[in-house]
Design a binder for this molecule. Structure first.
Ligand SMILES: C[S@@+](CC[C@H](N)C(=O)[O-])C[C@H]1O[C@@H](n2cnc3c(N)ncnc32)[C@H](O)[C@@H]1O
Length: 316
């Protein structure tokens, strides 16, 4: 089958540039999605390069595997990018030259999965990107304690009205199970004074849905583990490129990259450094790279994207 992109990839030119691709390179793409980046990376490393592409959404993996049928240098796995070390081992690869992540969800997941990722659709509460079981949004919303809900709304949604929303969820579910995103939306809206509902930070459901999705899919833990093990998997001179879509993710990428560049993380006031900070990487993007107006107009999903890149210079 002809390799055509079926999803508009975000910051594509910039991703390829920072990955520093050449024929023969070995690249791990941990967020296959609609295969937009995967196809472009594969073309840039062909004919001898190898791509190992992973997604925990089996639909994404089977669609891409069909697209690449007959290409021996493309390996697909249903899995978690945090397991990069065991996945490349399965593919018979010892080290990689590129580690790439384009975080979040694909357009297909938001628009076609019916899993309740968007507050703009009335769908069952699910939000699992991995369709093989595990914690769902239904369980989070119906079984978490008020304190735990308040905590995730605050930590992962940065929502000022998180406490009121958590309280109202508990009140509602004392009478009735909460089954749909529509019901959750109504509870969120009622918890916020009308004047504060649609302020400059946008619709409050957006932040609460983000918080629940992060909790369900362990997104921040996966990112931290993925960066640490992705770094171990890289050859010296190998590149790591990560595109994130909200500040919590970008903060993790930035902090991890700074630490790898040798920035001390000791608490202030210590007479000498005890955290053992050592420079093992060079940060290639002084500031996060963001899309220009033209890309945002053509692909509004790219609006909040931030790309950061680094090059490994030493093993840890
Ligand atoms: C924004 S989409 C990727 C789009 C892709 N770069 C493209 O151009 O078509 C993110 C994808 O990463 C997947 N994903 C998110 N977290 C993951 C994880 N920890 N392990 C594996 N896949 C993950 C999602 O299921 C989704 O398909």
């Amino acid at each position: 089958m002809k390799l055509e992109q079926i999803h508009i990839p975000v910051l594509l030119k910039e991703s390829l540039f920072y990955l520093n691709l050449k024929p023969g390179k070995v690249v791990f793409d941990g967020t296959l999605g609609g295969a937009g980046h995967t196809i472009a990376i594969f073309k840039a490393i062909a004919p001898t390069g190898i791509i190992i592409a992973v997604d925990h959404d089996s639909q994404a993996v089977s669609t891409a595997a069909k697209l690449f049928e007959g290409n021996e240098n493309a390996c697909f796995f249903k899995g978690n990018f945090a397991d990069v070390l065991s996945i490349i081992k399965k593919a018979g690869i010892k080290k990689i030259d590129g580690f790439f992540l384009d975080l979040g969800m694909s357009s297909m997941q938001i628009e076609e999965s019916s899993k309740g990722f968007s507050y703009m659709r009335d769908e069952p509460l699910d939000m699992r990107m991995d369709n093989e079981g595990g914690l769902s949004a239904f369980e989070v919303i119906n079984y978490y304690s008020e304190e735990k809900l308040r905590d995730i709304f605050y930590k992962y949604g940065e929502e000022n009205y998180g406490a009121a929303i958590a309280r109202n969820i508990i009140r509602f579910r004392n009478n009735k199970i909460i089954r749909s995103t529509g019901e959750l939306n109504k509870i969120i809206e009622k918890s916020i004074p009308p004047k504060a509902r649609y302020g400059s930070r946008g619709h409050p459901s957006k932040r609460i849905f983000q918080a629940v999705r992060i909790e369900v899919n362990r997104e921040l833990d996966n990112l931290t583990e993925g960066i640490e093990d992705g770094f171990k998997a890289l050859n010296k001179g190998g590149r790591m490129v990560i595109i994130s879509y909200h500040s919590l993710e970008d903060r993790i990428v930035k902090k991890k990259f700074m630490a790898m560049q040798g920035k001390c993380s000791c608490p202030p006031g210590l007479p000498e450094c005890v955290c053992g900070a050592r420079k093992v990487a060079d940060i290639l993007t002084k500031k996060a790279v963001t899309p220009g107006n033209e890309e945002i107009t053509n692909n509004p999903r790219s609006k909040s994207a931030k790309l950061r890149a680094m090059e490994k210079i030493e093993d840890l």
